[in-house]
Each structure stands twice: as C-alpha cells, then as structure tokens.
Design a protein around this ligand. Sequence first.
Ligand SMILES: Nc1ncnc2c1ncn2[C@@H]1O[C@H](COP(=O)(O)OP(=O)(O)O)[C@@H](O)[C@H]1O
Ligand SMILES: [Mg+2]
Length: 224
Amino acid sequence: MKTITVLSRKGGAGKTTLAVNLALTAFLQGRKVVLADIDPQRSASDALRARREPGPILAEVTAGKLFMTKSNAMRDGVDYLFIDTPAMPEADVAQAVNIADLCLVAGRPSFLDLAPIVRSAEAVRRLGKDGMVVLNQAHTSRSDVAPTAFPEILEALRFCGLPLAPHGLRAREAFQTAMAHGLCVAELEPGGPAARDLHRLWTHVEGGLGALGGETPMRTALTA
Ligand SMILES: Nc1ncnc2c1ncn2[C@@H]1O[C@H](COP(=O)(O)OP(=O)(O)O)[C@@H](O)[C@H]1O
Ligand SMILES: [Mg+2]
C-alpha cells in the first residue's frame, strides 16, 4: 500500500480537488482506495458523499487517528491511501506527512501562492519525505504546465527542494461541476481536457510511487 498526502498551507490551493480526483482515478482503474479526510471542513467527505456510484472508502478522521486508519487500510488490502489535509494546524499536517510515502504540495502558479508552496515543501523535506509540487488552476493553453508560461514562478520553485510535477491541472470548470456530484472529471467528461491533465498527472505520480519500491515501514513514534 502507498500513502499519498496532499497538502498546502494555503486554502483554495486545490488540495481537495486533487485528492478527490486522484483517489477516484485510482479507484476507477480498479484499485482499492481509501480517502482519509482530516480537514474539519470535510470538503472531500462532502464530495464523496454526493457520489451515487461505488467509490473510494471514506475515512473522516482526525490527524491523531491517521496511524490507525493506515494500519486498518494495510490490513484490509488497500492499494492507495490518500489523505486530504487542512491548511492548518501545522501539527495535524505534519502527522499526515509523516505517514506518507509521497506528498503532493498543491499550489496555483501565482505570485501569492509561491511562499505557501515553498513553506509546505520545506515541511515535507524537514520530515525526510518524498514529494512533488503540483501546480493547479494554471491558466494556460499548454498541456504541460511547466515550461515558459510562468518563468519567474518556475525559477523560484526550482529552489523549493521538491521537484515540480511535469503535469499539473489547468483551471477547468469540469473540476467544479464534477466535485458537486462526487465524480471524477474523467467520468463527467471522458477524454476531455481536464481528464487528460488528470490522467497524465496520475501516471506520473503512480510511476513515482512505483520507483519508491516496497512497503515503507510505519514509524511508531509520531510526533503530535
Ligand atoms: N483545476 C481547477 N479548475 C477549476 N476550479 C478548481 C480547480 N482546482 C480547484 N478548483 C476550485 O477552487 C476552489 C478551491 O479548491 P479546493 O480543492 O477546495 O482547495 P483546498 O482544498 O486547497 O482549499 C474550489 O471551488 C474548487 O472547485
Ligand atoms: Mg480542502
């Protein structure tokens, strides 16, 4: 089992959108998936509850229960545990980072999002975790969010210590419409541009998880 934590110190960065859509993508590919929602706002839970079709198993928990959630998921033969986090408090997010195999730092490619991205990336590195920055809500016609569109932002991100995912998500209405029905954008608009972005991102993330190798032993002493 692999655990993927989505984080950002900024609200509205796209954590929930990423966590829900990636969890659904893995589920639709036949994986057994748990989505743990530790954000008291419960946005990811609201989205999955709006879903009529079968979907990922939802775990509405506090950060303190994550360790147990992960143990249970491993026992139950789950393939992927996704964790959607709040922007704060830092200690809760740290617990979610601590039990992750891979952390996705979500952020918009805008000047005001830069500092939160860098600080979230620092938190991941401080805890010795693997991660990548995923740009979300990019306003660009390019399918790869990385090149040339935002040179000064990309330049700054080069120094945040985490690699930039070569595929991000562009701003698409489909992400908002799909979320309201608990759907993956690929179910709402199969083959559409949002679905393509998401598929490319998931292929990259899953490839990165495969490269991490076998099961990561859980740390027994989690700091609060
Ligand atoms: N790629 C996207 N395209 C269009 N709207 C988006 C996209 N990503 C997020 N949103 C919208 O932006 C808002 C904030 O996203 P959300 O995932 O809730 O962020 P967070 O969980 O980080 O607070 C939501 O209304 C969501 O529907
Ligand atoms: Mg959220």
